[in-house]
Write a protein that binds this ligand. Structure first.
Ligand code: NAD
Length: 306
């Protein structure tokens, strides 16, 4: 069995060492294609491999066509919009992600972003505290459910909205259950977005929702830029000089937002939610373990194209 790790942006050495150890123990061969700049190198490298591990690398129809022996591809990470699932299914290739492995890194960043906005982007001036404020967690998945205890430890009152998670799960965590997304926005001083980008959620964060937020409301986005209706965001920030937006996924209209809204708007230069040594290692090792479990036990727990 041959596993290829193809990463334009390589894993940390500790991760590749760990992946190699898992492959060795299973008796599999491991090959690395790191820092490639020409996609033809990827087409060549996948020709004879049985399994493929990628990070944000695009697994397109062309990659699938070139990978004659491929049986499984694992995206080391949560978001999987870089995998062409239809192309994988067309060849009965199992596609997986490694959910939950970088969640803590993203949850910590969401809290850090709240503090950064509450303290005027760390510039001189009087800020505010998180203690006593209401946080609305939009989607109580792997990341959302880790933000809740962190926020509670700061003395925040935590609310959540997720139509696919039973209310009892949130209540057990001491989280108030919002009955609608509108209720979440009209109740909370901070909203932390943890929804996936789906046809239903795309551009769903619109003017109407944003302007429901109480005075001084702050939206924190560590999810995906596609869920924001950017023209509406611009309008909401224009009409409500008290609203704030911070994101880990740079919007298309970044330059205009930055020029217009000063410290009320901030974007990281490059998505950094999962960029911790710990998350990097966890996701890589999980990908390798999932591949071994797939070949040895036909385990398809994290299959995306069932
Ligand atoms: P997850 O799949 O564990 O959880 C997603 C949750 O969204 C689920 O609980 C689901 O029930 C809920 N959901 C789906 N549609 C919804 C809707 N319309 N309204 C409310 N809830 C809805 O995902 P996760 O690992 O928690 O990741 C959350 C988001 O964070 C994803 O968009 C992911 O791509 C993004 N992410 C970003 C980074 C980063 O580097 N910034 C890293 C990891 C994940």
């Amino acid at each position: 069995m041959k596993i290829l790790v193809a990463t334009e942006k390589p894993f940390a050495k500790a991760a590749t060492d760990g992946i190699k150890k898992i492959a060795d123990e299973a008796g599999y061969e491991l090959v690395l294609l790191e820092k490639y700049t020409d996609v033809n190198d990827l087409y060549k490298a996948v020709t004879d491999v049985d399994a493929l591990i990628v990070r944000s690398d695009k697994v397109t129809q062309e990659v699938i066509n070139a990978a004659k022996n491929l049986k499984i591809v694992v995206r080391a990470g949560a978001g999987y919009d870089n995998l062409d699932l239809k192309a994988c299914s067309g060849r009965n290739i199992v596609a997986m992600n490694t959910p939950g492995q970088n969640s803590n890194a993203v949850a910590e960043l969401a809290i850090g972003m709240m503090i950064f906005m509450a303290r005027n982007n760390f510039q001189p001036g009087t800020g505010s505290e998180l203690k006593g404020k209401k946080l609305g967690i939009q989607a109580y998945g792997n990341v959302g459910k880790l933000v809740a205890p962190l926020a509670k430890s700061f003395g925040m009152e935590v609310y959540a909205f997720d139509p696919f998670v039973p209310a009892s799960v949130m209540e057990k965590d001491g989280v108030h259950v919002a009955s609608s997304v509108e209720e979440l926005y009209s109740t909370c001083n901070y909203i932390s977005l943890h929804i996936p980008a789906t046809p239903e959620t795309k551009e769903s964060i619109n003017f109407e929702l944003l302007t429901k937020m109480p005075k001084g409301g702050c939206l924190v986005n560590t999810a995906r830029k596609e869920v924001i209706h950017e023209a509406d965001l611009m309008k909401a920030l224009e009409e409500r000089p008290d609203l704030k937006y911070i994101t880990d996924i740079m919007p298309g209209s970044h330059a205009e937002l930055a020029a217009k809204f000063g410290t009320r708007y901030f974007s990281t230069a490059k998505k950094m939610g999962a960029e911790t040594a710990e998350a990097n290692i966890n996701a890589g090792l999980a990908a390798a373990r999932q591949i071994v479990a797939f070949f040895t036990k036909e385990d398809t727990t994290f299959q995306l194209n069932k």
